[in-house]
Design a protein around this ligand. Structure first.
Ligand SMILES: [Zn+2]
Length: 111
């Protein structure tokens, strides 16, 4: 009886082992998925930057002034809708002269 179960036990422990490997890889693969969207995210933030620069020029704003989302995004604004991070991050537009930031740490531009 025990002998008959041995292959099952071996198979079961193999599955268990695979499962452990899987869990170890899980956070890394999650980071890589977010990192894969870093370039389109950067492109979105560049567009927001352009809208912010244009807003500053149109409204006679200077460094340190902060636009609201309704200043930049809307039917009669620079973008109809606010670009969103393809990796699920949240954008902080920030003040004129400051970079637009993404909440995902993988998307923070390296200096
Ligand atoms: Zn992002």
């Amino acid at each position: 009886m025990i002998a008959a179960l041995a292959p099952l036990i071996a198979f079961g422990s193999m599955l268990f082992y695979v499962e452990i490997i899987h869990w170890e890889l899980f956070p890394t693969s999650l980071l890589n998925v977010a990192g894969a969207y870093a370039n389109p995210c950067r492109a979105n933030r560049k567009q927001i930057e352009m809208a912010k620069t244009q807003w500053a020029a149109d409204e006679n704003k200077t460094v340190g002034d902060m636009p609201t989302d309704t200043d930049l995004f809307g039917a009669d604004r620079y973008f109809r809708v606010k670009p969103s991070c393809p990796g699920g991050g949240t954008y902080t537009v920030g003040r004129v002269g400051e970079p637009t930031r993404c909440s995902l740490k993988q998307h923070v531009d390296q200096p």
